[in-house]
Design a protein around this ligand. Structure first.
Ligand code: F0G
Length: 437
């Protein structure tokens, strides 16, 4: 099925070939979106086909992204579709987190079960396939850690050189370690994410390196499958709300596009509403949402949050994200460092766990339930974007009462679970265990 790139800017709407080496519209600089001349009809046939593929041993069918290839038909052939069996992430019921949020029921779609531990793998398998299709030899990204970990892994599988740019000192060790282990050339830059992105966009063009940030429309196509798989797991019964943390806003753009396309193809009857949650210290999209003038993003020059994955002040995909939140009759909320930390500990107590940015979802849901935006009996799915083990430093500091907000203020470890130091003395240990029964 012929695919094209369409400029997202209303006044431009230029169309470009999917084989052009571009990331934004060459005519006006706008964001690009993959469009297809006629997505498949016959939703019932598709649902059956996708269900059958779950039993198949073909790598393409076992991937939780490529299984849904009828909805992301930007390739002519699948020879470049390398896979680490991404996607296939669980929907987990979390009664304790539901109670914490004030809901009757809450489910997590846990993207931390991906091969490199975050939702980035869903998009990266597509981005790397496109790089191979274009004959690129080197790929690059700037990252708060997860994109780089994912790109490093997929580039290694594909035999491409991976060059990653990270803000020096502001990514978690878990993520940095992954990039090193997967063999990426790792450049630690003394600047924040937004500044490095501007730099890398220039360099990619100058050196002919393929850029795999979420400005890349093919990554967005892969990330669409997160909500497609979610609907499949719910037998195509849409929830009332899908909640997602917002950083560079690629996921918000991807989810909204997927929901629109699923409604258009008859896979679901109506779209859930999107709730996007930002950290207060890095909340330009929330500010935009609250402002009377939604045409200009109030950029945050020095974004700050311990949820380093979403420490972004100038998110590139904001025009798409705004459109999608409005289309889905969604909302945007912002939460404090304390709210994120406590919500994260609550997700841990469910036996689930996640990284700090992901916990913004539960903190946001709690706030939105308290203010009456989300009804207590609503059917809510929150997307946990990254694995607990991505940022063990944060976890240890929280549980030992050492977590400090960016300005230096001490955070309260409301649900601390301190490790206990004991002597190698069976009587003392037995006594201590008796006290804690
Ligand atoms: N959650 C996690 C765990 C992330 O790593 C990111 C983004 C987000 C949420 C925000 O998603 O950008 O689509 O709004 N991480 C990027 C990175 C920026 O470089 O890994 P978004």
């Amino acid at each position: 099925m012929p695919a094209e790139l369409l400029c997202f800017e209303h006044e431009c709407r230029a169309r470009h070939s999917v084989t052009e080496l571009i990331y934004t519209c060459p005519r006006c600089g706008g964001l690009l979106e993959c469009i297809y001349s006629g997505l498949p009809t016959e939703p019932e046939r598709l649902k059956r086909l996708w269900r059958e593929r779950r039993l198949s041993n073909l790598p393409l069918d076992r991937s939780g992204v490529w299984r849904y290839r009828e909805l992301i038909p930007f390739l002519d052939t699948f020879e470049h579709a390398i896979s680490l069996q991404e996607g296939n992430t669980p929907l987990l019921d979390a009664p304790q987190a539901a109670r914490y949020a004030g809901l009757q029921r809450l489910t997590f779609k846990h993207q931390g079960f991906n091969p490199t531990g975050s939702f980035k793998d869903n998009g990266m398998t597509c981005g790397v396939a496109q790089a191979l299709r274009l004959g690129m030899r080197r790929v690059a990204c700037v990252s708060t850690g997860n994109t780089s970990a994912s790109m490093a892994a997929y580039a290694a599988v594909a035999g491409l050189q991976a060059i990653i740019f990270v803000p020096h000192g502001n990514i978690s060790f878990g993520k940095l370690a992954q990039a090193l282990e997967y063999g990426a050339l790792t450049l630690q830059v003394e600047a924040n994410f937004d500044r490095i992105l501007a730099l890398v966009r220039q360099l990619a063009e100058r050196l002919g390196i393929y850029l795999l940030n979420s400005i890349n429309p093919f990554r967005i196509e892969g990330q669409k499958t997160i909500v497609v798989e979610l609907m499949d797991q719910r037998d195509w019964q849409p929830p009332d709300w899908i909640v997602v943390p917002g950083g560079n806003l690629g996921n918000t753009a991807a989810f909204g596009k997927a929901l629109r396309e699923m409604v258009a193809t008859g896979l679901i009857r109506q779209s859930p509403r999107l709730a996007v949650i930002q950290a207060e210290g890095a909340a330009p999209f929330y500010q935009l949402w609250r402002s009377a003038d939604r045409d200009r993003l109030p950029r945050v020059e020095e974004p700050e949050t311990l949820a380093t994955a979403i420490r972004i002040g100038d998110p590139v995909s904001w025009p798409k994200a705004l459109y999608e939140v409005e289309c889905s009759r969604g909302v945007v909320e912002a939460v404090s460092e304390q709210e994120i930390a406590d919500a994260k500990a609550q997700i841990g107590r469910c036996g689930i766990g996640c990284e700090p940015a992901s916990a913004a979802t539960l903190a946001g849901v709690r706030k939105l339930v308290a203010s009456g935006v989300i009804a207590r009996d609503a059917d809510v799915v929150a997307v946990l974007t990254g694995n607990l083990m991505k940022d063990p430093d944060y976890v240890y500091k929280y549980h030992t009462g050492q977590l400090e907000a960016p300005g230096g203020a001490k955070l309260v470890s409301t649900y601390a679970n301190r490790p206990v130091v004991v002597p190698p003395d069976p009587d003392r240990i037995a006594e201590m265990l008796e006290e804690r029964r």
